[in-house]
Every structure is written in structure tokens, then in C-alpha cells.
Write a protein of this length. Structure first.
Length: 428
């Protein structure tokens, strides 16, 4: 397959017909943006969303350098058929110049107003403001950057999909770190394909398709592609990755990737240390873990359990920056989550993460979060079983509870989900 490439330089390649066809399929497939309360689900093709946002930004005098597809979707497109693992989020990068807060306001307005184009026919859009659209369809908004320090200036708007395939739009002036591992370092520049959509109605064929350029921000396209097709884990400066790449690393291990480096213990130590630096307390750790599980393991409890046990092993073997009490608490949090997953109880997020601001939602809409349970807490002393992947069998397994650390138990107090640990109470 590599012989079909036309080499530009070490970090860029021209995609072949099969990859361009895959890219076209990703851009033209229908994706769903789910609304909270009684707001309708939006049916969106990625190319139509790009067209709407790009047009609105042009009206607001925001210049776009280029538009790129990033992350697991880009890896899915450039990888070989034998290594098809699908993709989760759809990550788009709009290259823009960010000179101040005014530019961020324009970008936010452009994205939210673009969603009006995808509301079903018959909806009275004159009564829907950008505030309503933000509350209904935006999962998270992130703003990074100090305008006096030009090394890291970007913003993110993530649109909600209840099945984990969120549409994430990044508006990047500069970004210090654009990837975690070589296998997710690919970016596909979409400008030529978007121009093809605008100017040509002819169907793509093996001898007639637009020239599309791919790039690896890892540094070497061929090397990163080799890692992807051979399921190898490689990175540079893991201490610079937010969260250390620990959760993604364990996900790769679960999908039968193996480290490309011989110094495995050092790599894992770096990742664990950075994870606990960025998420120093138990509440932040469980929120990050819950968010990752809800995005990558929806409807697959067996794989989720295997992932949690892999994460537990890595943390237990390679964490050197925690006190004994802190180590036991994070391990017991993972044990409780795995125990709950294996026993097919209530969904993890129903107990472990409740937005403290949900009371601020408009009172005419029902809260999207669950009511406090009327049944006793199913955690704690429930026995569980360990899955043996080799013979697809289960054996008795109950992670020990250390007497030196009280196992954090979620409880409901005045309508909020809380952790109670010793004499401290943390409202989530």
C-alpha cells in the first residue's frame, strides 16, 4: 500500500484513491447531534457542517488558514484495512488567528448559529437563541491560551452525541502538543476535497479523484503509518501530554497494541506521574475516567472491564508519585467501577458524576440527570468475577479493601451525588 503514495517530505504524503474514498464516506455519512430536554436530534453531514461554519466565519471576518481532520478518524482513513478499529470522535481543526477574546466570541457565535441550519423543518428558529443552542447541544467548551505567550492558543467546542461519537471543532492559532502517540498523529488537509465538492458533481473513480494531502505531526509519516499498521505504541516526550496519555495508552493495550520501546517501565512511569499531576484528587480522577469510559466503551461491558483491569495493573506497577493512601484510593475506585461493570448494574455515570449545575437548567425542562435511587447502594460488598479472556470464563474475584483507606462510596445528599471519605465530603 505504501507504494501508492507520492512522497512530499518526511511528514507529508498524498493519499491514494482508497483513502480518499474513505475520507469522502466519513464526510458524507450522517452523524447525530443529540439535544437535551425536548430539543430535537440534529442530522448532520460533516461536510455540510464545515460549509456552514466556514461561511459564517467568513461573514464575521475570521480568516481560515486551512481545515483538517484529526484524531482517530484520520487514523482510520490512512490505516490499512487489516487494522480497521473504527473511530470515536470526529475531530476537526480550523486554523485561525486568535488575537483576543473578540475572536473567540465570533467563533462561538459562528458554530452555534450554524446549528440552526440543521434543525428540522417546522421549528421556529426565531425563538431559539445561541444561549439555548449552547445549553442544548454543546457537551463542552474549552479555551486555552495566554495572548502574551503565543505557544498555545486554541479553543474547542464539542457537540453532543449520546453514543460517544462527538463532533469536536478545534479552532487553533498555535498548539504546543497536537498528538499523544504516533498512531493518532495524522491530520488530513480537507481544503482540496471541499473545493471538489463545491466545483464538481462527478463521481470519484480510481483514475479521477482530488489530490488530498495527509500529514503526521509525529514527525515522520512513514514511521507513524508503520506503527499504526503494526499496532505499535510510540511517542515522544510523554511528560508533555496532558494526563500523560495514560488512559489512551491502556486503551491501545486492550486493542492488542504493544510498546515499540524496550524501556516500557520508564514510559509508564512518565504517563502515570503526569496523570496524577494533572488530576491530583480523587474527584478529578473519577471524572476524567468516567468521561473516557462514556466516550469509548458504550455498550461493551466486557471490553470496559478488560480496560479497567489493564489500567489498574499499569497504575499499580508504575506509579511512584503517590502516597500509599492515595494509591489505594484510586485503585479501589477502579475496582468498584470494574465490579459494577461486570455485574451489569446501573450505568457508571448515574452514580459517579452528576453535574453540580444541573439545578440551573430551565425549570420547564426535565433534568437530564437521574433522580436519587430509592434502592440501597449496590456498591461495596457485592461479589464479582474475573473474566478470563483465554477461555471466555469467569472466576471469583473480589478486590481487597485495605483497612488503611475507607472505600469512597457515592451517596445522595440534598439531591447531589457526593463522595464521603473519612470526615470529608466532596460534592461532585
Amino acid at each position: 500500500m505504501q507504494s501508492d503514495y507520492v512522497e512530499l517530505n518526511s511528514r507529508s504524503q498524498i493519499l491514494n484513491y482508497e483513502q480518499v474514498r474513505r475520507l469522502d464516506q466519513v464526510l458524507t455519512d450522517t452523524n447525530y447531534i443529540h439535544g437535551r430536554w425536548n430539543y430535537p436530534t440534529l442530522e448532520v453531514r460533516l461536510k455540510d457542517l464545515i460549509h456552514a461554519v466556514r461561511g459564517r466565519l467568513a461573514e464575521l471576518d475570521v480568516e481560515i488558514r486551512d481545515i483538517r481532520l484529526n484524531g482517530s478518524a484520520a487514523s482510520y482513513i490512512v490505516g490499512s484495512k487489516e487494522n480497521e478499529l473504527g473511530y470515536n470522535d470526529l475531530d476537526l481543526i480550523f486554523g485561525v488567528a486568535l488575537s483576543g477574546e473578540e475572536d473567540l466570541k465570533k467563533i462561538k457565535m459562528a458554530v452555534l448559529e450554524s446549528l440552526l441550519n440543521f434543525l428540522p423543518a417546522g421549528v421556529n428558529t426565531s425563538r431559539i437563541s445561541t444561549v439555548h443552542l449552547k445549553d442544548a447541544y454543546v457537551k463542552k467548551m474549552v479555551k486555552i491560551g495566554n495572548y502574551s505567550a503565543p505557544s498555545d492558543r486554541w479553543s474547542l467546542i464539542s457537540l453532543t452525541n449520546n453514543l460517544g461519537r462527538n463532533v469536536e471543532l478545534k479552532f487553533v492559532d498555535t498548539m504546543k502538543r497536537q498528538f499523544e502517540f504516533s498512531v493518532d498523529s495524522f491530520q488530513i488537509i480537507l481544503d482540496s476535497l471541499l473545493l471538489y465538492y463545491d466545483c464538481c458533481d462527478l463521481v470519484m473513480k480510481p483514475n479521477f479523484y482530488p489530490t488530498v494531502q495527509g500529514e503526521s505531526v509525529f514527525g515522520n509519516f512513514e514511521e507513524a503509518l508503520y506503527h499504526l499498521n503494526n499496532r505499535l505504541i510510540a511517542t515522544v516526550k510523554p511528560e508533555e501530554i496532558r494526563g500523560g496519555g495514560l488512559l489512551k495508552y491502556c486503551n491501545l493495550l486492550v486493542h492488542n497494541y504493544i510498546p515499540a520501546t524496550k524501556d516500557l517501565k520508564l514510559l509508564q512511569r512518565y504517563m502515570c506521574s503526569r496523570f496524577f499531576i494533572d488530576f491530583p484528587d480523587l474527584c478529578q480522577q473519577q471524572k476524567k475516567l468516567q468521561s473516557y469510559l462514556s466516550s469509548h466503551f458504550i455498550g461493551n461491558n466486557n471490553l470496559k472491564y478488560k480496560y479497567l483491569m489493564t489500567l489498574r495493573d499499569v497504575i499499580n506497577e508504575s506509579t511512584v508519585c503517590l502516597m500509599g493512601h492515595e494509591r489505594r484510593c484510586i485503585l479501589e475506585l477502579i475496582d468498584e467501577t470494574a465490579r459494577h461493570t461486570l455485574n451489569n448494574g446501573l450505568h457508571f455515570q448515574n452514580y459517579y458524576y452528576i453535574d453540580p449545575c444541573h439545578e440551573q437548567y430551565p425549570p420547564q425542562y426535565p433534568s437530564p440527570y437521574p433522580s436519587p435511587p430509592s434502592t440501597p447502594n449496590p456498591y461495596g460488598h457485592t461479589p464479582s468475577y474475573h473474566h478470563n479472556a483465554n477461555n471466555n470464563s469467569y472466576s471469583y474475584y473480589s478486590p481487597p479493601i485495605s483497612p488503611g483507606c475507607y472505600t469512597p462510596q457515592p451517596e445522595w445528599v440534598n439531591g447531589c451525588c457526593v463522595y464521603q471519605q473519612h470526615d470529608q465530603m466532596a460534592v461532585l
